[in-house]
Write a protein that binds this ligand. Structure first.
Ligand code: GDP
Ligand code: MG
Length: 644
């Protein structure tokens, strides 16, 4: 444990560049202690503490924290590496064993503190006092999340281990990449797993530990390919070679070249480790014993001993390297993290504004709060009544004109046939005219009332929309507003209806001021003459002459009647087209709004009512709570980063 002491003055970055001399040779034999120099302690601890503090605040829910993910093909030895690093037995073996992402948080404590574990998943938390329990607990958790058997889940199991014998590290173990689905697995299990892995390796905050056994062709391993896809230069990727004891005879030097970073280059390079094989597990070789065996294996190996001397081999070396990498990574991630926190904070702030402050608890303040809410609502309502929204109802005018244009000829024709008395053709009967007018006006009554109903529905919808917007989060208040809107709508609608009916009754008195009528008649005459003029020009002369000659008598009556009807309709329709929108505007909007305001303000009379009306929607309250706690969390996180 000397090497680092000689380099006390070096900054951490340089320590990372240089290979680190073996300072942990007796590791695990006596007591696992990752002995770093004083200064090193000073640099590592604050870094990892910072991230740990952020993590314990729960900001991981809001943003990605620096982490190390372990990826590799099935049975490449991922869990074995983690196990060796953490000192606790994890579920492992052949086939798919790791079925959920497992976050392994290792927290190194002072020597005297005793081992403590805690597993959490699906919102549950459980303490573990005995390291031997860990494996069972993880299996239980996996069964619960992914179902018993061979399925996988994307939910995270978190295992926190506090001990004097672990490195300060957080690692995430992932299901291994499977090529073919085994019995009971969905066909696309391979894709499912890859998607899950990709979720982790794409994150800029993750260091990818790619585990590759020495006895396969490294270039073809899918795990390495995936890591490279997401991390072209290999800046976040560290290769770990496992099972050196199973290396194919004759390929040892290739393995050495790989570790020397000469075959597939990764900026972070490679490490090589030897873990317990299946037989050693059956023989109950302890992890501590395995560490001794591992060291001896490398020291005595004809090819790999140089890797050991160069500091590329063994689990303790890997632990060291990872810690350094993580610290380095954290340091580099911090500015980005700060930025993320700022963004998230702003976002949270904005969302909080959307939810408002919620009702105050002080009774007097509650009253003002209520008044403000209701006033804002009624204000919006009045804006609506004076706004442009209701212009569209003048389309009624159009209906009237349409009726006029299309039917006048037919009406007159029919009426002539049915009602013409003993007068000779060519005489205009005032009674005929009056009858025609009345009949036509009556035809307009139902469409007009329909228009009224439509308008009334639209207004109600608008009011309800306003209420929904103004009283969001206050279900009781919204409910009462809706009830009142409905009642007032009914009331005003029937008032308006009787008003319109009266109007139509009045229209049965065929009336207009003489002056107005003469003017209208004059206009109609001029228009008709113009029309006739035009059409006579268009028709060949001789036919025109004949046809006029034949039907002169009845044609003249028709023509005259048409003129009168047109003139009168124009006056009556103008009257109606003004009146109906006025009724709508006055009763359905203005009066209804006033009445609603009165009704809403009357609610103030009873204090208990107000309390009840201000009861917040449970969801909104919760959402605000969670936003507030996120805001709190992020602000704390920010200040942790500031003081770092
Ligand atoms: P995972 O599926 O990638 O998590 O792989 P495991 O860690 O479960 O390991 C798969 C198998 O390889 C287990 O039976 C381990 O005991 C064995 N194994 C892991 N590392 C080594 C090693 O360095 N040497 C030998 N001989 N076997 C190993
Ligand atoms: Mg595993």
């Amino acid at each position: 444990d000397l090497g680092l002491y000689e380099r006390q003055d070096l900054p951490i970055e340089e320590l990372i560049e240089k290979d680190i001399p073996d300072c942990t040779s007796n590791l695990r034999k006596e007591k696992m202690s990752y002995t770093f120099s004083q200064q090193y302690e000073e640099k590592i601890r604050p870094c990892i503490d910072t991230i740990d503090k952020l993590r314990s605040l729960g900001v991981e829910k809001d943003l990605a924290l620096p982490a190390i993910a372990v990826i590799g093909d099935q049975s490449s030895g991922k869990s074995s590496v983690l196990e060796a690093l953490s000192g606790v037995a994890l579920p492992r073996g052949s086939g798919i064993v790791t079925r959920c992402p497992l976050e392994l948080k290792m927290i190194r404590t002072k020597d005297e503190e005793k081992w403590h574990g805690r597993i959490s998943y699906l919102g549950k938390e459980e303490d573990i006092d005995d390291p031997a329990e860990v494996e069972k607990k993880i299996r239980e958790a996996q069964d619960e999340m992914a179902g018993p058997g061979v399925g996988i889940s994307e939910e995270l199991i978190s295992l926190q281990i506090t001990s004097a014998n672990v490195p300060d590290l957080t690692l995430i173990d992932l299901p291994g990449i499977a090529r073919v689905a085994v019995k009971g697995q969905p066909e696309n299990i391979g894709d499912q797993i890859k998607r899950l892995i990709r979720k982790f390796v794409t994150k800029q905050e993750t260091i990818n530990l790619v585990v590759v056994p020495c006895n396969v062709d490294i270039a073809t391993t899918e795990a390495l390919q995936m890591a490279q896809e997401e991390d072209r230069e290999g800046e976040r990727t560290l290769g770990i070679l496992t099972k050196p004891d199973l290396v194919d005879k004759g390929t040892e030097e290739t393995v050495v070249d790989i570790v020397h970073n000469e075959i597939i280059h990764l900026t972070k390079g490679y490490m090589i480790v030897r873990c317990r094989g299946q037989k050693e597990i059956l023989d109950q070789v302890t992890l501590n014993e395995a560490t001794v065996t591992e060291k001896a294996f490398f020291q005595d190996h004809p090819h790999f001993s140089k890797l050991y001397e160069e500091g590329f081999a063994t689990i303790p070396k890997l632990a060291e390297k990872l810690t350094i990498e993580l610290v380095h990574h954290i340091q580099r991630s911090l500015p980005h993290l700060e930025e993320q926190i700022e963004n998230k904070l702003a976002e949270t702030q904005k969302e909080l504004e959307k939810y408002g402050n919620g009702p105050p608890s002080d009774p007097a303040e509650r009253l003002s709060f209520f008044i403000d809410k209701v006033t804002a609502f009624t204000q919006d309502m009045f804006n609506l009544t004076t706004g442009e929204e209701v212009k569209s109802y003048t389309w009624y005018h159009l209906i009237v004109l349409l009726l006029l244009a299309n039917k006048i000829e037919k009406q007159v024709g029919n009426y002539e046939a049915k009602y013409r008395g003993r007068e000779l053709p060519g005489f205009i009967n005032y009674k005929t005219f009056e009858g025609l007018v009345r009949e036509q006006i009556k035809l307009l009554e139902e469409p007009a009332l329909k228009t009224l109903k439509t308008a009334s529905d639209v207004v109600r919808k608008k009011f309800i929309q306003l209420a929904q917007f103004s009283f969001v989060g206050f279900p009781n208040l919204l409910k009462i507003a809706k009830t009142k809107i409905e009642a007032i709508k009914q009331d005003k609608e029937s008032q308006a209806e009787s008003m319109l009916r009266t109007q139509f009754k009045m229209e049965l008195i065929v009336y207009s001021q003489d002056g107005t009528y003469s003017q209208s008649l004059q206009d109609a005459k001029e228009m008709l003459e113009e029309e006739e003029d035009e059409s006579s020009h268009r028709k060949p002369k001789k036919f025109n002459f004949v046809s006029v000659d034949i039907c002169t008598g009845s044609r003249a009556t028709l023509r005259e009647m048409k003129l009168h009807l047109e003139s009168y309709y124009k006056i009556a329709s103008k009257r109606l087209a003004d009146q109906i929108p006025m009724v709508i505007r006055y009763l359905l909007l203005q009066e209804a709004a006033l009445e609603l305001q009165r009704n809403m303000l009357q609610l103030l009379q009873n204090k208990d009512d107000v309390d009840n009306l201000l009861k917040e929607d449970f969801d909104i309250g919760q959402k605000r709570e969670s936003l507030l706690s996120r805001q709190d969390r992020l602000m704390k996180a920010r200040s942790i980063l500031f003081t770092f």
